[in-house]
Design a protein. Structure first.
Length: 194
């Protein structure tokens, strides 16, 4: 009889522990979900501004304090309507790399690369899912797609890949919340085409 009571108490304790554990897991899931999209966007805004994503991905104009982001073109990358400036390839032969006047394009031994449109427009990352964004940053894959080309300099993906998942999710959530700007960025150019 005494063993039966101990067994019954053990079973009640085990079931209670299991139920509490399940409730704690649900609470954790709720807390994670409570790390709402608003929280992610706010954190993402902080990270994008601290990391200087505008430096390359936003067209600029000269203002009274130097280059200023053009607000209506923020995160749209190299403007597709902008004519390409002539490149002095002799400078490249001397070991230099060059940046365009608003930093949205660069030239070096890899050729000419253009900052991507990372606005929420479908010509940017508007149709991307979070896994594509993670792959682009973690593996340096164009559009986050398997079998695509590598991201080109000066994109420092090899530095950003060290960000934790929550930071990358936050950056993605923020970028998806931005004003969509339609702009199809030109494809990279080989040095021989410059």
């Amino acid at each position: 009889m005494r063993n039966s009571i101990f067994l019954l108490l053990f079973i009640v304790a085990a079931v209670t522990t299991f139920v509490i554990s399940c409730d704690n897991n649900k609470a954790l899931e709720t807390k994670t979900a409570a790390l709402s999209n608003d929280s992610l966007v706010k954190r993402g805004s902080y990270l994008v501004n601290a990391m200087g994503c505008d430096d390359c991905h936003s067209p600029k104009r000269m203002g009274e304090h130097g280059p200023e982001v053009i607000p209506e073109l923020r995160f749209s990358g190299y403007p597709s309507t902008r004519p390409l400036a002539k490149v002095d390839t002799n400078v490249l032969k001397q070991g230099w790399a060059l940046l365009g006047p608003d930093l949205t394009n660069a030239v070096g031994p890899w050729g000419m690369s253009f900052a991507a449109n990372i606005s929420s427009d479908e010509t940017g990352i508007g149709t991307w899912n979070e896994q594509q964004f993670m792959k682009a940053i973690r593996e340096g894959k164009y559009k986050g797609l398997d079998g695509s080309r590598s991201l080109l300099p000066p994109m420092p993906w090899f530095m950003y890949r060290n960000l934790n998942d929550e930071d990358l999710r936050s950056i993605f959530a923020f970028l998806k919340s931005t004003k969509p700007v339609e702009n199809i960025v030109p494809a990279p150019k080989q040095l021989t085409a410059l």
